[in-house]
Design a protein around this ligand. Structure first.
Ligand code: CA
Length: 223
């Protein structure tokens, strides 16, 4: 497993490098934002650990840049700013998880392993979230073993949310990914989420599609 660590605080970086190498990971260290961004964009990493406050380019800018360059590598943000607002901002911008500094070693390793597991599960042909199963090759969707018939757009929307399980996608992000070059009206995403909910969630007790007020939507099994 190849991990890119983007962190400018040398003592912290050296500690993390040591911990991760002991845990069996191969780790490359970038000590400023520009190097981190270039490395993140140009190599296939299994995971990127990204600090927020960095010289030359901030962690937020790197995150946004990588996501708009269609780099889907899992990104774990590290930051001293442990306010909820920053966390939501990071997740909305496409980070996969967020770990406030200072952190304990077992916590870091646990988060990394969880992200790698999730990413592996979602790179495959079959995505399973609770009893919802999506076959990305045949576009067959079932819940509790029953086939659910979706239109092309509904399927694309569900797949975009499911690939990013647990990650909040803003309406703008969804619009960009699902409707790409089409002119979309501002309420299109809401309308499609609503029809998708009728098919995916309404007949079942456990609701998978969640609204994050003021930010967007997410699919998660644990709600
Ligand atoms: Ca820093």
């Amino acid at each position: 497993m190849n991990i890119l660590l983007v962190e400018d605080e040398r003592p912290l970086a050296l500690t993390v490098l040591k911990i991760l190498r002991q845990a069996g990971f191969t780790v490359t260290w970038a000590d400023d934002g520009e190097k981190g961004y270039e490395a993140g964009k140009n190599s296939p990493w299994d995971l990127v650990i990204l600090d927020v406050l960095l010289p030359k380019k901030s962690g937020w800018d790197i995150l946004t840049g990588l996501r708009s360059a269609k780099v889907n590598t899992p990104i774990l943000m590290l930051t001293a700013m442990d306010e909820v607002g920053d966390k939501v901002k990071g997740l909305d911008m496409g980070a996969d998880d967020y770990l406030p500094k200072p952190f304990e070693t077992p916590e870091l390793i646990a988060r990394i392993n969880a992200l790698l597991r999730r990413d592996k599960a979602h790179k495959g042909q079959i995505i399973q979230i609770a009893d919802l199963v999506i076959d990305r090759k045949s576009h067959l969707v079932t819940r509790g073993g029953k086939e659910i018939s979706l239109t092309r757009r509904e399927y694309d929307l569900l797949e975009a949310l499911a690939i990013n399980e647990g990650r909040v996608l803003s309406r703008e992000t969804i619009q960009e990914r699902v409707w790409s070059d089409d002119e979309a009206f501002s309420n299109t995403v809401e309308v499609f989420v609503s029809t998708l909910r009728k098919k995916i969630d309404a007949p079942f007790d456990k609701k998978l599609i969640q609204t994050v007020v003021g930010f967007g939507y997410t699919v998660r099994a644990g709600a």
